[in-house]
Design a protein around this ligand. Structure first.
Ligand code: ZN
Ligand code: ZN
Length: 587
């Protein structure tokens, strides 16, 4: 399989820490239980297991009622619905007149403009012939005529006499509050193909005719007394009747179409829709004008009615719900994230010292695993003529030999393992290690130290030597391609570390390297020289850098040491991969 495909075919999973604690365990289950109860409660309360559909409806209304009224200029008249419903006020609404101003026998002619719409005048000069504006009742003739005993106004050509009366208080048709309206409302929920109307099927005809809506005793009767509607909207019919208004009748259908809990009943509510305070609006209330025409002796006359009244708007809202397994699954899915609250809370509890200081220390050590960021590339250098370690940042321009150190650190010697090695050396058991049978077949493949030094092409002497690179201070280093490999064992001119007797003993001695190898893996088999070479690198690092390098830096072995070790334990094909920065030692 290609490598890129293998990389895709991977699965990452989170590493979890299991804390065996009765306290935390019971807290977890308690919190989860509370969350589960909350989720179940919310599901039942909001009926989250249902799918919903909105209502589609139609409304028809029929107002009934007769009343006697005493109207100025007309006298006592009987009004019925035909007289006072006016023109149709639009879909889902009806109008009932409650007050009226009648101006009888208007004819085309000239007469003084009425106040306060017209302005007062003294002479004809104050009036402008042909003038009219939005408040005028007619077009000015240019004459100034008597309006009443004291005042004069401009004469207009209009329907005369001009309507000039204040709206009567109390309202003339106050008895309209005893009128009734029957509201027929058919609804449909298309998603469930469910049809219903507000005249419930269990209502009988006789029952229906005599009933009257009452929110407490008869809440499903579709016949309403207008006075009751206005009262339910928390308004006074007598005061609304004077200048008119708009009242909303809301029918709310909240249906549960599940078989067990089946219910689908209308709920009526009422409220005023227009501005109640008449002094706050420009044209308060609701009114319109209508006229009845007649011809007397060949002259056309009209009677003008200014009707005040209440418009009732019927509004239907509603939704129906029915159990749906898909909705239930979606709801359950959406609530799963709440359980993360338990984790967040418990993690917070452990993280703070509220729970227990020792526990916090213990958990955070297990929970967080520090990983070195190899991108930063801090290198560690140990010069033999300086007694501290230097941490440097890998440079792209400067040789490692010349890079300025970021910080200095005390060398932390791993004395314990050194002592072990030295004691091994002293006991003289080294010789017997070589003689042991088994696991040492590598011996034949590897040239001995003596023969290696002689046979190698590059003479690796322990004394300083001419022809070494410019950055070399000891004379034993060899040219290196990469800048971070250009490192000498010294910071200033002097003897090379490879000339130290301890270098031969600790780093190059086959017995010591084998001892170190078997110390880690007692039954290891020596197969190739690379094992000993790498052992030698590790040995040198342990010696020169101690058991831990500061700041997660990578220790770098000087060129002279690298080549001395390679000369001792060469690679059969002569290839070395050099220092890779994510490896600690060169190959
Ligand atoms: Zn050197
Ligand atoms: Zn050196």
């Amino acid at each position: 399989m290609p490598c890129s495909l293998l990389n895709i075919c991977e699965y990452d999973t989170q590493k979890l820490v299991k804390i065996k604690s009765v306290k935390l365990g019971s807290l977890k289950w308690t919190l989860n239980g509370v969350i589960l109860m909350f989720i179940c409660f919310m599901m039942l309360w909001n009926k989250e297991y249902q799918e919903y559909d909105s209502v589609v409806s139609s409304v028809t209304t029929k107002v009934k009622g007769v009343a006697k009224a005493n109207i100025p200029d007309i006298g006592e008249v009987v009004w019925d619905m035909v007289d006072h419903s006016g023109q149709s006020q639009g879909k889902n609404s009806f109008f009932v007149a409650t007050n009226v101003i009648v101006t009888k026998n208007q004819k085309q002619g000239n007469c003084p403009e009425a106040l306060p719409n017209g302005k007062q005048c003294r002479t004809d000069k104050d009036c402008e012939k042909g003038f009219s504006d939005q408040f005028s009742h007619g077009v000015q003739t240019g004459a100034c005529v008597k309006f009443d005993v004291l005042k004069k106004t401009c004469e207009v050509s209009a329907w005369c006499p001009i309507e000039n009366k204040k709206k009567p208080r109390p309202a003339l048709l106050l008895s309209a509050e005893n009128f009734t309206v029957m509201i027929k409302n058919n609804i449909r929920f298309p998603a469930f193909n469910y049809i219903r109307r507000n005249i419930l099927p269990e209502m009988k005809d006789t029952e229906l005719k005599g009933c009257l809506y009452n929110p407490y005793t008869n809440p499903y009767c579709p016949i309403f007394r207008l006075g009751d509607i206005v009262n339910e909207a928390k308004e006074n019919f007598a005061s609304v009747a004077v200048e008119g208004g708009v009242i909303g009748i809301q029918i709310n259908w909240d249906c549960d179409l599940n078989r067990i809990f089946h219910s689908c009943l209308p709920k009526y509510s009422f409220r005023r829709l227009d501005e109640k305070e008449s002094n706050r609006t420009l044209y308060p209330g609701l009114n319109f004008r209508l006229a009845r025409y007649s011809t007397v002796n060949g002259v056309e006359q009209r009677t003008l009615f200014k009707m005040y009244g209440i418009r009732f708007d019927v509004m239907v809202f509603g939704k129906a719900g029915k159990f749906s397994i898909i909705q239930l699954i979606i709801y359950i899915g959406s609530t799963l994230s709440y359980y993360a609250l338990t984790t967040i809370f418990l993690d917070w509890l452990i993280g703070t010292s509220c729970y227990s200081k020792e526990a916090k220390q213990n958990y955070s050590e297990r929970k967080f695993e520090p990983v070195r960021d190899i991108q930063k590339c801090f290198l560690c250098v140990s010069f033999v003529d300086k007694n501290n370690l230097r941490v440097v940042k890998k440079s792209r321009k400067k040789r490692l030999q010349e890079t300025k150190p970021l910080s200095f650190h005390e060398r932390n010697n791993d004395m314990a393992s050194m002592k072990t090695l030295i004691s091994v050396l002293h006991c003289g058991q080294i010789t017997s290690l070589n003689g042991q049978s088994g696991g040492l077949k590598i011996d034949e493949n590897l040239p001995s130290r003596q023969s290696n030094v002689q046979s190698t092409d590059t003479p690796l002497l322990e004394m300083p030597q001419s022809g070494s690179p410019v950055w070399c201070q000891c004379g034993c280093c060899q040219p290196a391609a990469t800048l971070h490999e250009q490192l000498c064992c010294r910071s200033s001119k002097g003897r090379c570390i490879t000339s130290s007797p301890l270098f031969s003993t600790l780093v190059l001695s086959r017995s010591v390297l084998e001892t170190a190898l078997f110390y880690v893996d007692p039954l290891a088999e020596l197969r190739e020289g690379a094992q000993l070479r790498h052992g030698a690198y590790a040995q040198l690092i342990r010696w020169r850098f101690g058991d831990s390098t500061p700041r997660e830096a990578i220790p770098v072995i000087p060129s002279c040491c690298v080549w001395r070790i390679r000369a001792e334990y060469p690679s059969p094909d002569g290839n070395y991969s050099g220092l890779k920065l994510h490896h600690v030692t060169p190959s």
